[in-house]
Unconditional design. Sequence first.
Length: 161
Amino acid sequence: MAKKRIVWFENKTQNTMFIKRTKGIYFTQRKRAGNKPFPLTLTMLRERCHRALGQVPGFTAGCYYCLAPLTIATLSLDHVTPVSRNGSHQLSNLVITCAGCNKAKGLMNDEEFRRLLCTLKFFHPVAKNDLLMRLKIGAKVYMKKGKHHAFQSNAAHRPAA
């Protein structure tokens, strides 16, 4: 018997985009988890994303950090405590964010990034946008150079527990 396919969006194009985007996010994260437990199923991820996109009444929609409205194209899955800082792939450590916040957050944990966002409230809008853009662009360059593992390999810079 064929498995019943869930229709997430009435619009066929949106539904196809959503399925492809969430599948890409899911398998990227599964690969990152390697041999570690990964309790999130593809259906669970899609349900979380569907709620974050505002498609389920009664749930707060938007980015976990900046609360900006999300689109299928901007959906991202973030680890509240980065894996590089001993964060897990457990459901309690995974949130739906916009791609911008995910890139800007980098190796910061949830508290550090929220403090940065609070500090930025006092910046002039031009300076705030400039700093966030530099973080986002810098993240792309940093990741290309393979520096994203620097935190793991450089124990001298880790804060004392």
